[in-house]
Design a protein around this ligand. Structure first.
Ligand code: GDP
Length: 318
């Protein structure tokens, strides 16, 4: 059996760790969000892609869900000493993590498509799973916020990185979220083939608005997904996200922050919604028209990741 996941950089990678333990890694494909890709100083960052690369190669720092575990920061600390008005070290990036980012930057500057670079890096990291960026085009997630300045209200369009890393999500009001250029973007061949050749598509428990939304905004990916068997795992338990800004962004888009909101967001696309067993709340469930599987979806250790992976495959086979 072959599965294909749609992924961001925290919730779904936890599920990938579980799947990796119960099925051959080569049967797992992952289509990764690149809407948060950005340049920081001289480095090209593809945060979700790097997290998925580190997840498959067992290098991921599970405290933060970015970067390499037990990394050192000698380059970062040294660069800090050389800072001046024109030369800034913007982000705390570990030495080993920086090496991967330098590799990506080198080939991006040479004009290689991201999908090709990921293929090289997967080989170098001995990864057997298949990792595809959603697109090789430049689709950028932008957050429109409103801020008061005296009696005036200013609207500012932020890159995701500026919203979440620079401002730490502390903004007065989010008005909307856009996926810039997605109308013109094409899905990568790898991503489209992976969808076609997989038995089961899993929309992992990633942020619907900033991780899954950008992937679904690409028309040929959305088209490829129609008529496939698709399960979605809720990233929301109770009335909040387990981590990150999903709640605030779902609200801004007009979706309730609960399992019904997740269902409404994915709508007809999904056959099955996997929710937390503690979230079995009648009034929300009665409005959900797809299959529901209620189980433990909080993946706080390897056992819970494996159990959730098993539950998903068991439900598919039943
Ligand atoms: P990002 O790229 O770092 O924003 O990461 P993702 O979009 O992949 O993941 C963020 C989402 O994962 C958040 O909405 C969390 O609620 C969800 N999440 C994190 N850990 C878990 C977990 O253990 N179980 C579930 N169901 N969701 C989780």
């Amino acid at each position: 059996m072959k599965v294909c996941l749609l992924s961001g950089g925290t919730g779904t990678p936890k599920l990938i760790q579980g799947l990796k333990k119960i099925m051959p890694e080569e049967d797992i494909s992952v289509i990764v969000n690149t809407g948060e890709d950005t340049w920081v100083g001289d480095l090209y960052l593809s945060p979700d892609v790097d997290t998925v690369l580190y997840t498959f190669s067992d290098l991921i720092n599970e405290e933060t869900w970015y970067g390499v575990k037990n990394d050192t920061f000698i380059t970062h600390e040294t660069l800090k000493k050389y800072e001046s008005k024109d030369f800034k070290e913007f982000l705390k990036i570990g030495d080993r993590d920086r090496a991967l980012k330098m590799h990506k930057t080198h080939y991006i500057k040479k004009g290689y498509p991201l999908s090709k670079i990921i293929e090289m890096e997967s080989r170098m990291l001995s990864i057997k799973g298949k990792i595809y960026p959603m697109t090789d085009d430049n689709v950028e997630t932008k957050i429109l916020i409103e801020e008061r300045d005296g009696d005036d209200k200013n609207r500012i369009l932020l890159k995701f990185h500026d919203f979440w890393i620079k401002r730490r999500g502390r903004v007065e009001r989010v008005l909307d979220i856009f996926y810039e250029n997605s109308n013109y973007a094409r899905g990568t061949d790898g991503a489209l083939n992976a969808i076609e050749n997989s038995d089961l598509i899993i929309i992992g428990p990633s942020n619907p608005i900033t991780s899954i939304g950008p992937i679904l905004s690409i028309r040929d990916i959305k088209r490829a997904l129609s008529n496939k068997i698709i399960f979605a795992v809720s990233p929301i338990v109770g009335d909040g996200a387990i981590s990150g800004p999903a709640g605030m962004l779902m609200e801004a888009k007009g979706y309730p922050v609960n399992i019904y909101g997740v269902y409404k967001y994915y709508g007809d696309l999904i056959n099955t919604l996997i929710i937390d067993k503690r979230d079995n709340i009648e009034d929300k469930i009665k409005n959900i028209k797809c299959n529901i599987v209620a189980t433990n979806i909080i993946m706080d250790n390897l056992n819970s990741k494996i159990n959730l992976a098993r539950e998903i495959i068991k439900h598919y086979n039943s």
